[in-house]
Each structure stands twice: as structure tokens, then as C-alpha cells.
Design a protein around this ligand. Structure first.
Ligand SMILES: Nc1ncnc2c1ncn2[C@@H]1O[C@H](COP(=O)(O)OP(=O)(O)OP(=O)(O)O)[C@@H](O)[C@H]1O
Ligand SMILES: [Mg+2]
Length: 333
């Protein structure tokens, strides 16, 4: 993990009390319910910074990432990008901003059109945005992007099926970079790849960040990778951010019992600092009928009856370390 980049006070991207709820039909004899996929989340990402987003499957990471990019409509709350409120912008008004905020998907097999050559895949975005004058300028730009992501310029006339998973993900990254973004949501960009090539893609993302000053919201299951890449980390549970802190601090001194449980499952290289494994009881509850109070309380080893099952704890900063925030009534500050 590198040092956090110097930040001015305005985040590149921020969300405030953002919620994304989905109406779902629960079968013919039951009335519909609401999935609170993202529930009153506040988060900031500064220019040049990586914010890691972790949490068990179904806790709302992808929905949050996509809502920030306005690929999914938020239910309430606000989204700011480059200082501007983009929560309610029309698709026409969003178009010039789309260039600046991109996404890299998990599955490089599903996210590339098999009928399009690499050249067309990468050039499509900047041609739509009118960023090049003619075909030769477009080709030149594709060549330079391919080289930037570690592919050969002469591979541009090939099709996705001619590439390995790692190479396809490089094409996906080149496509995202084609429009000069400042902010990229990387939604589990390595989890579909062979373990042996995951590190190459992680290091590519890191190098590109240094070269281009990109900001990432990096969504992943692998806490080791998140620690390596992220300046700050946010932990989600059932649609809410339960803890956020600078990366090193979160890994050294997690406060929320859920974060502690996640961390305790990560192997540590130094046996002296061996953590005892905390096994969580039960499954993640349904986001349609979340438990009252703190949604983690039924699985929490330190939950207190009459306290944790009454109200949802707010995300508050630790007195001594304002950059470290925890949503737990029982966590020691
Ligand atoms: N379009 C939708 N309609 C209804 N429910 C949805 C929709 N999209 C997501 N959900 C639900 O919202 C919750 C959050 O899903 P999401 O995909 O954001 O989780 P995630 O943290 O990205 O999970 P994973 O780690 O498995 O990718 C889940 O309960 C999911 O079933
Ligand atoms: Mg997801």
C-alpha cells in the first residue's frame, strides 16, 4: 500500500445518505417487498485515491458502485462528481460526464462483445464522444492504449476469443481508459481471473493510477488485495457502511465486530501477530426483512439486548482519529 495522495478538501466524487432500493415481487401469494441494497451510505473518493469496498456477497457493493455512476437510479440521497450534483441529471446532461467516470467489470468474458475487434471495442467510446478527428487518429490512439495496458499494438485487429482472460481484462481496462476518465469503479476486476495472473492486473491498475492520477472505487472479496491497493477502505454490511478508515489503520485496528470477523479470516504472514479466528454465526439476513436496530446484531458476538436491537447505530468518527468511523454502539473508541 502506498501513501495516500495529497488531497485538497473537495472530493472528486462523493455520496451523501445514498440509498438504492429495489421493489421485488415475492411470489404470487405474497405482497411485494423492498430490497434495501444500498441504505443511507455516505462516502468520499478523492482524486488519485483508491477506496476499497469490501463485504460479503449481496451486501450492496456493486449496486453502490453502479449507482454512483448513475447506471442505476438512486432512491434517495445525493451524488456529487467534480463538485457538481449529478443525482438528477438527465442522460443528455450526464453524457459529457460519462467520459470522466468509467467502470471495469468482473467478467472479461461477458463484458466484451465477441463480434467486435479489439480496435472497435476500444475505439467505440472515444468515437461516440467525438474525441478523434479521423480513422488514422483513432487507430493511433488505440495502439497507444493497448501498449499502455501491456498488449501489443498489432493485436488490435483480433477478436476477444483470441485472448486469454487476463488479456481480455486488459482490453476492458483499455476501453475504460479510452475516454480519459478520472474515476473508475473496478467491480471485482480480478476475481474471474486465474490466480497466477491476478497480480499482473492489480499491478497494472496501480501503475496506471500513478501515471494518470486515477481514482478507483475498488470492489473486491480478497482483503489482501484490497489492503495492497487501497488508501482507504469501507466495509459494507447489508447495504450500509459499518466502518471506514485509512487502509493501514483498518487492518491494524479494526473496531467493528463485523470487520474484525472479516479480518480474522485473512491469513497473517507473521505468526507473532496471529489473530484468533472469529466465526460468524448464521447467514447474512435478507435485505428485504432486515433485523431491527443494528442489522448485524443477530450475528454479533458483542451485541447487547435492548441496545443493539433497538436503533441503527450511526457511523461516527473515533474521537482520537476522525478519519476512522464506526457504526457500532459497543465498539471501543
Ligand atoms: N435489479 C435488482 N433487483 C432486485 N434486487 C437486486 C437487484 N440488484 C441487486 N439486488 C439485490 O441487492 C442486494 C445487493 O446486491 P449487490 O449485487 O449490489 O451485492 P454485492 O455486494 O455486489 O454482491 P457480490 O459480492 O455477490 O457481487 C442483493 O440482495 C441483491 O440480490
Ligand atoms: Mg457485486
Amino acid at each position: 500500500m502506498s501513501e495516500a495522495p495529497a488531497t485538497d478538501s473537495t472530493p472528486l466524487c462523493s455520496v451523501d445518505e445514498l440509498s438504492t432500493h429495489f421493489a421485488v415481487n415475492r411470489g404470487p401469494f405474497r405482497k411485494g417487498g423492498v430490497v434495501r441494497a444500498v441504505d443511507r451510505v455516505s462516502l468520499e473518493v478523492f482524486a488519485g485515491e483508491t477506496v476499497g469496498l469490501v463485504g460479503e456477497s449481496g451486501c450492496g457493493k456493486s449496486t453502490l458502485g453502479r449507482t454512483i455512476l448513475r447506471l442505476i437510479e438512486p432512491t434517495s440521497g445525493s451524488i456529487h462528481f467534480e463538485g457538481k450534483d449529478i443525482t438528477k441529471l438527465s442522460s443528455g446532461a450526464m453524457r459529457p460526464l460519462r467520459r470522466r467516470m468509467q467502470i471495469i467489470f468482473q467478467d472479461p468474458y461477458a463484458s466484451l462483445d465477441p463480434r467486435m475487434s479489439v480496435r472497435d471495442t476500444v475505439a467505440e467510446a472515444f468515437e461516440i464522444h467525438g474525441l478523434v478527428k479521423n480513422k488514422s487518429e483513432a487507430d493511433e490512439r488505440v495502439r497507444s492504449l493497448l501498449t499502455k495496458v501491456g498488449l501489443r499494438a498489432d493485436q488490435m485487429d483480433r477478436y476477444p476469443h483470441e485472448f486469454s482472460g487476463g488479456q481480455r481484462q486488459r482490453v476492458g481496462i483499455a476501453r475504460a481508459l479510452a475516454v480519459d476518465p478520472r474515476f473508475i469503479v473496478a467491480d471485482e476486476p480480478i476475481s474471474a481471473l486465474d490466480v497466477s495472473i491476478q497480480a499482473q492486473i492489480v499491478n497494472l491498475l496501480k501503475d496506471l493510477q500513478e501515471e494518470l492520477g486515477l481514482a478507483y472505487l475498488f470492489i473486491a472479496h480478497d482483503l489482501k488485495v484490497v489492503e495492497y491497493l487501497s488508501h482507504r477502505v469501507a466495509v459494507m454490511y447489508l447495504g450500509r457502511v459499518v466502518e471506514t478508515a485509512p487502509s493501514r489503520e483498518l487492518y491494524d485496528d479494526p473496531k467493528h465486530p463485523y470487520t474484525r470477523a472479516l479480518m480474522s479470516a485473512v491469513p497473517v504472514p507473521d505468526p507473532e501477530t496471529k489473530r484468533s479466528r472469529i466465526v460468524l454465526q448464521g447467514d447474512v439476513p435478507s435485505p428485504i426483512d432486515p433485523p431491527p436496530g443494528c442489522t448485524f446484531h443477530p450475528r454479533c458476538p458483542i451485541a447487547e439486548k435492548g441496545v443493539c436491537d433497538r436503533e441503527a447505530p450511526p457511523l461516527v468518527a473515533l474521537k482520537a482519529r476522525p478519519s476512522h468511523k464506526v457504526a457500532c454502539f459497543k465498539a471501543e473508541g
